[in-house]
Design a protein around this ligand. Structure first.
Ligand SMILES: Nc1ncnc2c1ncn2[C@@H]1O[C@H](COP(=O)(O)OP(=O)(O)OP(=O)(O)O)[C@@H](O)[C@H]1O
Length: 252
């Protein structure tokens, strides 16, 4: 379970001054649910996910992840989450098996328990045929599977994916999304960021549309279309962006 309450994060930038990357954002993600953060470039998605994964501290507000406050108990949070971003890579000189084993050990899993968990993951992700392939020799699809494997090796209840399909071809992207859906069906709490309406429509139980750091709307996709009287997610998105821009002009 993830609870985000009035979360804000501002960065100081010499050119732009204080940039409110995340501005008073609140939402909740529940177990067995995929929650999508949908927004354009620079909307504040990555900053939000970095706060949830304890990489960044918020300027204001709070976030509780798997029962622990991200600022007050970061280690408790880190033990209970898997965070995958485009930086969650593989190492050129380690094989698939060695890399996942290495991360398993970092999470404190050892011996038979680690071996059993790895066998389960390698077969679930169909990674057995490239167990012994070095990172430097892997295809993009293989690398993405290894990234998922290292993210879930400690079987965390909460999974945070920052644009997990960015830069992937349609086949690899589809395989990743199917695995994320399976993790949801196993009862995980999943949050992921995307700028793809299609991914949200296909995958998300609930979505938060974020623009310029602010949450513009949040709810089940179908419910949102009804609430704002829009025919599809794309139209809804443009409607919310135009409304936010008009509000910004009016209050300037
Ligand atoms: N370390 C930083 N220093 C200064 N500004 C930052 C920093 N990190 C993010 N920002 C700014 O905060 C805003 C939100 O950025 P963020 O990366 O969270 O957006 P995003 O929705 O993830 O976008 P993208 O889809 O491009 O990754 C942007 O204006 C960005 O330039």
């Amino acid at each position: 379970m993830i609870q985000v309450e009035h979360l804000s994060k501002a960065f100081f930038d010499y050119r732009r001054g204080w940039v409110p990357a995340v501005d008073d954002v609140s939402f909740e993600c529940r177990p067995g649910e995929i929650f999508g953060l949908l927004g354009p470039n620079g909307a504040g998605k990555t900053t939000t996910l970095r706060i949830l994964s304890t990489v960044l501290k918020p300027t204001a507000g709070r976030a509780i992840v798997a029962g622990h406050d991200v600022v007050l108990e970061p280690e408790e949070v880190r033990a209970r989450i898997g965070f995958m971003s485009s930086n969650t890579g593989v190492y050129d000189r380690m094989t698939a098996w060695e890399l996942v084993e290495y991360f398993g050990r970092l999470y404190g899993i050892e011996g038979d328990a680690l071996k059993a968990r790895m066998e389960e993951i390698f077969s679930w992700l169909q990674m057995n045929e490239f167990r012994d392939v070095l990172g430097s020799k892997m295809s993009t699809g293989m690398r993405q599977k290894v990234s998922i494997a290292r993210t879930i090796v400690h079987d965390p209840p909460v999974l945070i994916f920052d644009e997990p399909t960015s830069g992937l071809d349609v086949l690899v992207a589809r395989a990743v999304l199917l695995k994320i859906a399976e993790l949801r069906d196993r009862g995980k709490t999943i949050i992921f960021s995307t700028h793809s309406m299609q991914e949200v429509t296909k995958l998300c139980d609930r979505v938060a549309i974020i623009y310029k750091g602010r949450l513009q709307a949040e709810g089940r996709p179908g419910e949102l279309l009804e609430r704002f009287d829009q025919p599809d997610l794309e139209e809804l998105f443009f409607h919310l962006v135009e409304r936010a821009d008009a509000d910004a002009v009016a209050s300037a």
